[in-house]
Design a protein around this ligand. Structure first.
Ligand code: CP3
Length: 370
C-alpha cells in the first residue's frame, strides 16, 4: 500500500536544509515510511536520561520539570544525547505528563517514587472539570523543538538529515496516571472507572485526544518530523478491553496527527497479544518491546506498517559477546526489509554503561548496512 504521507513528510525534511546544500534525506523518516535506506536507522528510548553523565550534570542544578519547561536546557539535553550516541534521530526532551498542568491537574516528580498526581481523577465530575482549552501553555516544548531543528538543520557528514521526534502519551497510559495518581501495578482504579462509567471514561478519552492533538500540532509546526505516541502501560489490558475502551480514541489520535502531515510511531510495552489491534490504529510504525521476536511482531502487525525495536535494554549490562549476538539477532529478524528502525524494547535504565550504549549504536551502523 502506498503511503499517502510520504511526499509531504520528506518535503518537510528537505525544506529544513539550508539553501545550497544537497542531502540524501533522512534515513530515519524514510524507514518510518517503509522506503529502502542505505542502513538501518537507530535511536534509543530514553537516550537522554539518568544513565548519562552529561544529563546528570544538568540535573544537579535543575529539576526534571525545570529542564522540560526551559527550551534552552531541554534543547541542549536533547542535542547532547543525540550527538554523544551518534544516533539517527533526536527525541525532544519532555515528559508524558506535561499536558496535565493545562488540564488543571497538579503533579510532581518525587525522588525515588516517580510521578505523583495530588488529587487523582476518580469521578465523572472531575472528568468534566478537566480543561481542554489551555494547550497553548505547553508551547515551551515547541520552542525547544525549534532550537533542536535549527541546530540540526545542516545535513550530517554522511549527508543524512537527523530526524526530529516529538511525542505525547496515548489516552490509556495518560488516563492511568490521572486516575491512579501515579505509577501502578494492577490499574485497579483505572479499570474500575473504565468498566463502570460509560459516560466518564469516553469523555476522558475524548478530552485527552483533543489536548494531545493540539500538543502534537504545536510540535509538528515547530518542525518535528515524526510523532511518537507512548502507550507504555497498555499491556495491562486484555485484547477485548483494549478494543472496546481504548482503540477508538487511540485511532482517532493517530489519524488526526497523521493529518498534520507526519508519520506516527505507536509504542507500548508487553503488547505481544495486542499487536494486531494496535496496528488497526493505522500508525505508520509500531514500536515493539523485547519480549516478542521482531519477525513475529512484524508479522502480527501485518505488512502495512514499519516496526521499531526491540533489543532488551537490560542486555546493555551483558558481556560484549552476548550483547553483540543480541544486536545481530534483531537485525537478522528484520532481514533488511524496508521499514525497520532499530531501538530498544523499552527505555535505557539508570546505571547502564554509556560505553555499551555507544558500542551498540556503532555495531548497528556496521551490521545494518543494506
Ligand atoms: O530521551 C528521552 O527519551 C526523552 C525524554 C523522556 C522523558 N520522559 C524524560 C524523563 C521521555 C520520552 C519520557 C516519556 C515518559 N514519561 C514515559 C513514556 C516512556 C516510557 O518509559 O515508556 C512515561 C511513562 C513517563 C512518565 C514518567 N516520567 C515516569 C514514570 C518517570 C519516573 C520513572 C523514572 O524513571 O524515574 C518519569 C521521569 C523522567 N522523565 C525521567 C526522565 C529522563 C527520569 C527522572 C529524572 O531525570 O529525574
Amino acid at each position: 500500500m502506498e503511503n499517502p504521507l510520504s511526499p509531504a513528510s520528506l518535503e518537510r525534511v528537505a525544506a529544513r536544509r539550508p539553501t545550497g546544500t544537497v542531502a540524501a534525506g533522512s534515513r530515519f523518516v524514510q524507514a518510518c515510511l517503509r522506503q529502502p535506506v542505505d542502513r538501518t536507522p537507530v535511536w534509543l528510548l530514553r537516550q537522554a536520561g539518568r544513565y548519562m553523565p552529561e544529563y546528570m550534570a544538568v540535573r544537579k542544578h535543575h529539576s526534571l520539570l525545570d529542564i522540560c519547561r526551559t527550551p534552552e536546557i531541554a534543547a541542549e539535553v536533547t542535542i547532547t544525547a543525540a550527538q554523544r550516541l551518534g544516533v539517527d534521530a533526536a527525541i525532544i526532551f519532555a515528559d508524558l505528563l506535561l499536558p496535565f498542568t493545562p488540564m488543571g491537574l497538579d503533579f510532581e516528580f518525587l525522588a525515588g517514587e516517580g510521578p505523583v498526581v495530588h488529587v487523582p481523577v476518580r469521578t465523572a465530575e472531575q472528568v468534566r472539570a478537566l480543561r481542554i482549552d489551555r494547550v497553548n501553555e505547553l508551547s515551551y516544548v515547541a520552542h525547544a523543538i525549534e532550537k533542536v531543528v535549527a541546530h540540526f538543520a545542516a545535513p550530517r557528514e554522511d549527508g543524512d538529515q537527523l530526524g526530529i521526534i516529538g511525542f505525547c502519551g496515548a489516552p490509556f497510559t495518560l488516563a492511568s496516571y490521572m486516575i491512579e495518581g501515579g505509577s501502578s501495578r494492577n490499574y485497579v482504579e483505572t479499570k474500575k472507572l473504565m468498566y463502570s462509567d460509560n459516560v466518564a471514561w469516553p469523555l476522558l478519552m475524548e478530552k485527552l485526544v483533543t489536548v494531545l492533538v493540539g500538543f502534537a500540532q504545536q510540535q509538528v509546526e515547530a518542525g518535528a518530523d515524526v510523532i511518537q505516541i507512548f502507550d507504555s502501560w497498555v499491556g495491562a489490558l486484555s485484547v477485548t478491553d483494549y478494543r472496546r475502551y481504548c482503540l477508538p480514541a487511540t485511532t482517532e489520535l493517530v489519524r488526526r496527527i497523521q493529518a498534520l502531515g507526519v508519520p506516527v510511531i505507536y509504542f507500548g510495552v508487553d503488547t505481544a497479544s495486542l499487536l494486531p489491534a494496535m496496528s488497526e490504529t493505522g500508525a505508520d510504525v509500531i514500536g515493539l518491546d523485547w519480549r516478542v521476536p521482531l519477525d513475529a511482531g512484524w508479522k502480527a502487525v501485518g505488512g502495512g506498517c514499519a516496526v521499531q525495536g526491540n533489543l532488551d535494554p537490560i542486555t546493555l549490562f551483558a558481556p560484549e559477546d552476548v550483547l553483540k549476538d543480541r544486536v545481530r539477532e534483531v537485525l537478522a529478524a528484520a532481514a533488511g526489509r524496508p521499514g525497520h528502525i532499530f531501538n530498544l524494547g523499552h527505555g535505557i535504565v539508570p546505571g547502564t554503561p554509556v560505553e555499551n550504549v555507544i558500542k551498540v549504536v556503532e555495531w548497528i551502523k556496521e551490521y545494518g548496512a543494506q
